[in-house]
Write a protein that binds this ligand. Structure first.
Ligand SMILES: *Cc1c(COP(=O)(O)O)cnc(C)c1O
Length: 418
């Protein structure tokens, strides 16, 4: 009997894979079925697995919360793409955050960048305290991280790029300071995906993702993942994955794994699209400023060149429109292709106004201190054609920004007397 050519060997968690990203995205954690030859894994819905004798399972599986084939394969693929030994999948990105915080001892201290994802901020300020963990926030972590380190500081939490202003943090600079004190560094890499940035290569100890965004990439799964190299962390976090039970379904793991196989294609296309939209916005007289890490004018462009693949900017950008809140709302409503919705990282382009949508929970003065004004618009570029996305933005700008008219002798712009 002839066997088909074995797929590329990717033993679980092997950090030394020699293949390039696209090859690993397609093949890591994707062996063909040794019995049927099926090229695509089946969805293993069984919650329990037979045993041949008491305490002797047929294979490696016993009960699906503890582990199952689809989750294992997805975790193997993410570990390979994040250059990690281990990856653990959870029911959401938020469940990853909660589990990591729960892994800390009572009385631990955490330092976090100020402009973290809203749900992360909510967990840090409203849940972590209940299990004895205090969090300090700083807007300038590279500058003052050492000033915030206490005897009980156990973790530093970074999000780069930040949401929605796309500020970057030098991971290596923060990791160097943290490691002098035996502190671990977590990087939320959701906004760039493992294709554009691999935080472990820059000194981070743990990289986390909301799989809901770029990794799944099709806006149809809520899921999260953490990847890391430490055997001790694997022991602790896999214990909590099973004990806490915030695990993804086999079906979701299968979908997210399918999405992951085209991540490199989607991330490249989204970057091409965001680059051309950012250029069009920057050239428009209706725009105050553009935040895009792929632009040479970005204040942290040097970090992007050092940390991102080929200095890529990714698919996310934000900008301030002239004419205030009214103009940002009219802009969103005038777009034909972009969908007005929260979330990001899908094949379809999305637009939102953070001050009234994703970041509405933050008091106005705190929001504006980190650049989230009422006229800020956030765009997630999908993989449509860049000419269409750019043209749509330009026509919506024209509709949103009404030119000054002389009314009763006063210049009136956008309905507001100036
Ligand atoms: C969406 C998101 C999360 C939370 O993930 P969920 O899957 O929605 O729980 C965390 N971090 C960032 C940067 C996100 O965009």
């Amino acid at each position: 009997m002839a066997f088909s050519k074995a797929p590329i060997e990717t033993p679980p968690g092997a950090p030394s894979l020699t293949h390039r990203f696209g090859t690993m995205a397609v093949h890591a954690g994707s062996p063909h079925d040794p019995v049927t030859g099926a090229v695509i894994e089946s969805i293993s819905l069984s919650t329990t697995f037979a045993q041949t004798a008491v305490g002797k399972p047929v294979g490696k599986y016993e009960y699906s919360r503890s582990s199952n084939p689809n989750r294992d394969n997805f975790e193997t693929a993410v570990a390979a793409l994040e250059h990690a030994k281990y990856a653990l999948a959870f029911a959401s990105g938020s469940a990853v955050t909660a589990t990591i915080l729960q892994s800390l001892d009572f009385g631990s201290h955490v330092i976090s960048v100020s402009d973290v994802y809203g749900g992360t901020h909510r967990y840090f300020t409203q849940c972590a305290k209940a299990h004895g963990v205090e969090v300090t926030f700083t807007p300038e972590i590279e500058i003052d991280v050492r000033d915030h380190i206490q005897k009980n500081t156990k973790l530093i939490w970074i999000e780069t790029p930040s949401n929605p202003t796309l500020r970057l943090v030098d991971i290596r600079a923060v990791a160097t300071a943290a490691h002098e004190h035996g502190i671990k560094v977590v990087v939320d890499n959701t906004f760039l995906s493992p294709y554009v940035q691999n935080p472990l290569d820059h000194g981070a100890d743990v990289v986390v993702h909301s799989v809901t965004k770029y990794i799944n990439g099709h806006s149809d799964v809520v899921m999260g993942v953490a990847a890391f190299n430490s055997d001790k962390l694997q022991e602790r976090l896999s214990f909590l994955q099973n004990a806490g039970g915030a695990v993804p379904s086999p079906h979701d793991c299968w979908l997210a794994h399918r999405g992951l196989k085209t991540l490199h294609l989607r991330a490249r296309e989204a970057t091409i699209n965001a680059t051309s939209v950012a250029q069009a916005l920057a050239a428009s007289p209706h725009v105050i400023s553009v935040n895009y890490p792929g632009s040479d004018s970005h204040p942290h462009r040097k970090i992007a060149i050092k940390q991102h693949r080929d200095g890529m900017g990714g698919g996310m950008l934000s900008f301030r429109i002239k004419g205030g809140e009214g103009a940002s709302e009219r802009f969103c409503q005038s777009l034909n292709i972009y969908v007005l919705a929260e979330s990001l990282g899908g094949v379809e382009s999305l637009v939102e106004v953070p001050s009234t949508m994703t970041h509405a929970g933050i008091p106005k003065d705190q929001r504006e201190a980190v650049g989230i004004f009422d006229d800020l618009v956030r765009i997630s570029c999908g993989i449509e054609d860049s000419e269409d996305l750019t043209a749509d933005v330009l026509q919506a700008l024209e509709k949103a920004v009404v030119f000054p008219k002389i009314q009763n002798g006063l210049a009136v712009q956008n309905g507001h007397v100036e």
